[in-house]
Ligand binder design. Structure first.
Ligand code: ATP
Ligand code: MG
Length: 495
């Protein structure tokens, strides 16, 4: 197909493509600037098929670099700017990036990476834009089969894996989303989630494919997000649970206008009390399930079902399929098993990890590593990650369910649950709790609280108080590290 930014600039040149940081570019301007950047990247030695890593924050410049790379047929490797330098270094080496582009905010990290020699050349955005342009022919067509991005998974269950995403994966993800959410010329989607994650990047893909404005926040600000919805015509927002919580706190008694159509809520489990509160305030929350490997959403709860199926992640998007498997057997409705998905938005595999790819992708079906079930009508309920499942006395305990109960206690600020070896039950659930600043609570009281709300085998056998829960750079809880908190002594107040 024609290069999609060229095509978009041809179809709707004057429409706003991106805005943020006090600036706004039309598709025409974005195309011109991206081509300019492409020719400057050639000066840096970037050629077709090269891997170019980005250490860039949310901003118009990042959108420009992204499209510039596609004009060259180079592969973009977006790096999570919150990673430690050693982690960044590992991803740079693993991805075999030839150039790293960074912006002012990430100068220190980039300098250290340069010193460590993990990437052949490093250039700042400012310097890149001052380079002369190499008069080369830019690509006018795209192939949906070609790799567009290598994006690393969050590394919640192990080392991050580089997911290869093709133009086709992004294209189908955007099309699938539009078939579900609808599309209007006046749509404006707020990018408050990081652009180095699929959640943010997918909005930029939709922007160029739909001809929609992406309104970019450099860092997420709940008050500014609310202002933009109330007064600046924002129609869609992508958020994770903590962002929605902050936005609702800031919103107070105000109500969003009807023009606000979609609060796309994903990234992890959404606590039921949050969904209920959002429902009371008439916020159009669309729960969604997806992962880096599926180029963002693959299952989303449509508005007409959001009340009836509260807590479900919804039905599979139009071009995709879903199966729940126990081994090779397909599970019956209501029976939990591994969530397995197939569709044109699903990656063809991990970069340089043929074995890992073979383990999880067979005949196009991706084993997600998540456990869930489908109800009679085909609505998905995500229970937890397979690797975090606790088997206690032969019964399955899903940590997320126990965490949700602990979190509903007013004295608990954060909670994580993991299995520890137990002589009698094989494994037993232990709760790790970061207490809130209010009235202190005893472990015994939390156990009693759980007893009133959970089956006996799910109730934590111990509560360990900790100052902080182990989280990765995406803010996700690393449950496999929780038991370390037990052996550290001193760190936690055991009960
Ligand atoms: P890694 O694969 O490296 O362990 P990760 O799986 O956390 O990291 P991502 O691709 O960022 O990396 O996250 C996708 C995962 O997030 C899903 O596989 C699932 O476990 C979780 N997730 C996403 N949406 C939901 C949801 N609606 N409910 C529950 N969990 C979700
Ligand atoms: Mg994963």
């Amino acid at each position: 197909m024609p290069h999609w930014l060229d095509q978009r600039a041809h179809l709707t040149p004057g429409r706003k493509a991106v805005s943020g940081g006090g600036e706004s570019w039309t598709f025409q301007v974005l195309a011109t600037k991206s081509k300019q950047t492409a020719r400057q990247l050639v000066k840096m030695g970037v050629r077709r098929g090269d891997h170019v890593a980005l250490l860039l924050g949310n901003g118009l410049h990042t959108v420009c670099v992204m499209h510039a790379l596609s004009y060259l047929g180079a592969v973009m490797v977006p790096l999570n700017t919150r990673l430690a330098v050693a982690e960044l270094g590992w991803q740079l080496t693993d991805s075999e990036a030839s150039v790293l582009v960074y912006d002012e905010k990430h100068r220190e990290q980039a300098k250290r990476l340069k010193r460590e020699g993990v990437v052949p050349s490093v250039i700042s955005w400012d310097r890149l834009t001052s380079l002369p342009e190499e008069p080369v022919l830019l690509r006018r067509h795209l192939s949906l089969e070609e790799v567009h991005t290598i994006m690393y998974t969050s590394g919640t269950t192990g080392h991050p894996k580089g997911v290869m995403l093709t133009y086709g994966n992004h294209w189908w993800s955007a099309v699938a989303s539009a078939l579900n959410l609808g599309l209007r010329a006046e749509d404006r989607w707020l990018v408050g989630v990081p652009m180095f994650h699929m959640s943010g990047l997918s909005i930029l893909m939709r922007s160029v494919i739909y001809g929609m404005t992406a309104v970019i926040q450099e860092t997420f600000d709940p008050a500014e997000a609310n202002r933009a919805i109330l007064h600046d015509g924002i129609t869609h927002v992508s958020a994770v649970a903590v962002m929605l919580t902050q936005m609702m706190d800031n919103l107070g008694e105000r109500r969003y206008p009807d023009s606000f159509r979609c609060m796309l809520l994903g990234g992890g489990p959404a606590p039921k009390p949050l969904l209920e509160k959002a429902r009371e305030r008439k916020i159009p929350v669309f729960q969604t399930y997806g992962m880096t490997e599926t180029a963002s959403q693959i299952v989303t709860l449509a508005p007409e079902d959001s009340l009836r199926k509260l807590g479900s992640a919804g039905k599979v998007l139009f071009p995709a399929e879903i199966r729940i498997l126990e081994g090779k057997r397909e599970c019956a409705a209501g029976e939990p098993g591994e969530i397995t998905v197939r569709g044109p938005n699903v990656t063809r595999g991990y970069w340089k990890r043929a074995e890992a790819t073979e383990q999880v992708i067979r005949e196009g079906w991706l084993r997600t590593g998540d456990i869930g079930y489908l109800d009679e009508e085909g609505f998905l309920y995500v229970l937890d990650r397979r690797s975090d499942l606790i088997i206690s006395g032969g019964e399955n305990v899903y940590p997320a369910e126990v965490e949700a109960v602990l979190l509903s206690h007013p004295a608990v600020e954060e909670a994580g649950v993991a299995g520890v070896p137990d002589q009698r039950w094989g494994q037993a659930p232990v709760g790790f709790v970061k207490p809130g600043r209010g009235t202190p609570v005893e472990g015994d009281e939390l156990i009693r609280y759980c007893q009133g709300r959970l089956a006996r085998y799910k109730v934590p056998t111990r509560i360990v108080f900790v100052e902080e829960l182990p989280r990765n750079a995406s803010g996700k809880l690393i449950r496999r590290s929780l038991p370390d908190r037990l052996s550290k002594g001193g760190e936690g107040d055991e009960d």
